[in-house]
Structure formats: C-alpha cells, structure tokens
Design a protein around this ligand. Structure first.
Ligand SMILES: NC(=O)c1ccc[n+]([C@@H]2O[C@H](COP(=O)([O-])OP(=O)(O)OC[C@H]3O[C@@H](n4cnc5c(N)ncnc54)[C@H](O)[C@@H]3O)[C@@H](O)[C@H]2O)c1
Ligand SMILES: [Zn+2]
Ligand SMILES: [Zn+2]
Length: 428
C-alpha cells in the first residue's frame, strides 16, 4: 500500500490508499469506505507498551484538526503510566502528549490553520472560552474532559482539562506517539512554527518547557533569586534553564544520577548535590545559604521520589499516595516566607506532609498541571532569540517503531538518557 496526500477536509476517514501495481491512482470503492490504518504506541499493561497498527483518527468536530506527527517525546509523566502507577488506562490506549507535526486535515470551523502548516500542540486540551480559559488557566478548562479527573474528595466539581494520551480520568484522548493524532480545539492549542526552526528546538513547547517556566515563575524566581530544584530529569532541567532565563543567581540541583547533574553543571552552571553521596540535601542547601534556605524550591520529582522505603512500600499496598521524600526536602530547603513550587505529579494523599513546618515558616505552595497555552508564545520568542535552547537536553532520536525500547531506556536511565524524541518519519 502507498499512502497518498490526505484530503484536507470532509470525508476524513475515507481511504486514499491505492495498491502498488494497480494503475495508479486507482482507488477501489471499498477502500474509500474502509478506515485507514497507522502505527501508534499502545499501552498493554505495566512495562508493556507496543507499536501496533490501529485505525487512523479523523475529524469529529468542526474545530478539530488532524496532525501528521513529525516528532513526539517520551515524558516523565509517561513513565508513571508505563510503570502501571496511574489508574484509568485501558489496554490498547495510545500514549503520548508531547508532539508536533504538520496539519493534515482541518475542521470547517478552524480559522487560522492550513493543511501543511507546522504546529506544536500543548498537552492540555482547552476550549478557550470557559470561565477558566478566560483567566488563562488552561489546564483547568472545564469543558474538555468527559472523564472524572483525579480528585478524591470531588463532590460535584467539574473535571479539569482533558489531556492527550493520559488515561480515561483525563478524557481518554488518544495520544500523539503515533503517525497521526486528532487535536480537538484547533483554534486554541496548536502554535504555528516558522519553517526555519527545526522540530528539536520547539517540540518541548508542548509540555516540559512551559512546565519548567511555570515552575520557576511559581517559585517566585526573579533577578538575584536563589532556588533549589529537586529532580534533574527533563522537567528539572527545563526548570533550571528557565530559572536562569528569569535571572536566578544561585541554583541548587539535587538528584542521584551523576550524569544528569554533570550535564546541568556544565550547561547551566548550577551547584549540584547527589543525594546518594550527601546525607541530607536540604541540610546542605541550608548550610550554603547562611542558615536561611533558598527563596524558592521546585519539586520536579513527584510521587515516585526515591528516598522513603516506608512510603514506597505503603504506596505499593495502596495505603499511601506515593513518596513525599522530595516534597519534604523542598519544605526543609526553603527559607521562611519562601515558595514551594510543585510541577512533579502527585495523586491522592500523603500522610507525612509536614504542614506544621510549612506553617511555621509561612511558606507559599503553588502547583499543578501547566497552563501551557499561556506560556508558549513568549517561550517561542525566547527560543527564536537564542535565550532558551531546550534541544540541548535531547540524547536519543529514535524511529516510532523503536518506542518500546525508548521507554525502557528512559525508565531505566540507560545510555545516560536525558530525553528521547520519536520520529514516525524515520520509519517511512
Ligand atoms: N505539572 C505538569 O504539568 C507536568 C508536566 C510534565 C511533567 N510533570 C511531572 O514532572 C516530574 C518529572 O518529570 P521528568 O520528565 O523530569 O521525569 P524523570 O523521571 O526523567 O526525572 C525525575 C528525576 O527525579 C530524580 N529523583 C528521584 N527521587 C528524587 C529525590 N528524592 N530527590 C531528588 N531527585 C529525585 C530521578 O533520579 C530523576 O532524575 C514527573 O512527576 C512528571 O509527571 C508534570
Ligand atoms: Zn509531558
Ligand atoms: Zn475552557
């Protein structure tokens, strides 16, 4: 089979395949009625993801677009799914919420996008019109998630925004680790990218760059600030890059993967602390900040933090919502009146949340999913001006067909992996 250019509107699911050897272009009538097929990375169970052949997406609403994916990345958030730590996934669900590509189809109500245009898509699906979108709280959009959301004590509150490839709690939207993906609300999310900017430079506008930026802004970072970042994964590294961009003077970065710390020291000039080598990273930070602590800290780890065997065991028994090891370090490392910023994902409850320490120090807490759409234009400009270079963290570029191996490498921190990009085009 050969795939021809996709029709740009109407009858989106009709096939435009023709058979090699037939007198081309010879479209068989039954092919026009048959759904087209594509490759996509699907979840099958804990640590079992596979690239499979699945039906192509099509336009379902006038404001939809269909994107031909050129680059997509694996996120630390995908690792929570991969490890089977998040409820609400079904076998066969397509993963992936960091992606970009070329517009393949546009719905009749999409105004500013044309077929063939390159765009980056934010991971939160937002309508642009509701109470929250009007306030630029795009991750809180109250109209896009038909799922229940993740709040335990929910009452009758509406769910926050739907997310691509992130469980049925967040709407069960097929993700973008695929050849094609349907993008709802094409007028609100996708950001047009100038042709001169290669995918690697702009792909992380979809999530981790705005996430690092929002984390640094939430931590109160400004000119001359001190900040401690826990976690030197892609989100921690983007938080560090954005803290520098915002003028931070002193940045501490904590992790136990020395290769990630070494990279950050060399690239961003941070003070590094390896928690396998230092008894207590927060105590070290306090010692280096005149016994006050830092102005702000960023928890770029979340509920799978290393360092508390008890919590990790209780979490496996579903008696605890995860490990609070990183969060407790943030609270301890932050000065009185400072801010703890939490981009790392948490779900449910933590028993050992030191509310008394936070109260005594008068700390502020800011957290949550990133309002990506709000930050993307400014960050695109900063990339264009050479002030941010998110592409430097990429270590692996693989064809989509190698996605399962990519998950394994990223999960197990093999081959000094920092960030993996998957390119469906390398298979074509
Ligand atoms: N808020 C959002 O919108 C948003 C967006 C993207 C990712 N995230 C979340 O951000 C977190 C990080 O993502 P990532 O892609 O960087 O993942 P990652 O798994 O690659 O990185 C996490 C890093 O934390 C380190 N770590 C583990 N325990 C630690 C501890 N106690 N102290 C310090 N470091 C510790 C690990 O060694 C690892 O290097 C995840 O929870 C992810 O779900 C949130
Ligand atoms: Zn992500
Ligand atoms: Zn909305």
């Amino acid at each position: 089979m050969i795939r021809c250019a996709r029709p740009n509107a109407a009858a989106p699911t009709a096939s435009c395949e023709f058979r090699e050897g037939a007198s081309a272009p010879f479209f068989l009538a039954h092919d026009l009625l048959k759904k087209r097929l594509m490759k996509a990375l699907t979840y099958q169970g804990a640590r079992d993801v596979r690239v499979e052949t699945v039906p192509d997406p099509g336009i379902q609403a006038p404001t939809d677009i269909v994107l031909k994916v050129t680059s997509t990345a694996i996120c630390g958030s995908d690792l929570h799914l991969y490890r089977g730590k998040m409820p609400g996934l079904e076998s066969g669900d397509i993963l992936g919420h960091e992606f970009m590509g070329e517009v393949a189809e546009v719905g009749s109500a999409v105004k500013n996008l044309k077929v063939g245009q390159r765009v980056v898509v934010p991971f939160t699906i937002s309508c642009g019109d509701c109470f929250f979108c009007q306030k630029e709280l795009f991750a809180a959009c109250e109209t896009t998630n038909p799922g229940r959301g993740a709040i335990i004590n929910k009452k009758d509150i509406r769910s926050g925004a739907g997310l691509f490839g992130y469980t049925h709690l967040y709407g069960g939207f097929p993700g973008g680790q695929a050849e094609y993906v349907r993008v709802p609300h094409g007028n609100v999310g996708p950001l047009a990218i100038p042709d001169v900017m290669p995918d690697e430079k702009v792909l992380f506008l979809s999530d981790i760059l705005p996430t690092g930026f929002q984390a640094a802004v939430n931590a109160g970072v400004g000119k001359g600030s001190s900040v401690a970042v826990f976690g030197a994964g892609p989100v921690g590294l983007m938080s560090v890059a954005c803290a520098r961009f915002l003028g931070a003077e002193k940045i501490f970065l904590v992790d136990h993967h020395q290769y990630r710390l070494d990279f950050a020291k060399e690239t961003y000039g941070v003070e590094t602390i390896n928690f396998d080598q230092v008894d207590d990273a927060a105590a070290e930070i306090i010692g280096q900040t005149d016994r006050r602590g830092v102005d702000g800290s960023i928890d770029a780890v979340g509920f799978e933090a290393k360092g508390s065997t008890i919590e990790t065991t209780l979490a496996a028994l579903k008696l605890e919502g995860g490990s609070g090891a990183s969060l407790r370090q943030c609270i301890a490392a932050t000065r009185r009146g400072g801010t703890v910023s939490i981009p790392g994902v948490y779900g449910g409850f933590l028993h050992a949340f030191l509310i008394g320490d936070a109260f005594d120090k008068g700390l502020e807490f800011r957290m949550g999913q990133t309002h990506a759409q709000k930050h993307m234009p400014l960050l695109l400009e900063a990339i264009g001006n050479g002030l941010l270079k998110p592409e430097v963290i990429v270590t692996h570029t693989l064809p989509l067909s190698d996605a399962a191996r990519g998950y394994e490498i990223f999960d197990e921190k093999k081959e000094d992996c920092r960030k993996i990009i998957l390119k469906p085009g390398l298979d074509r």
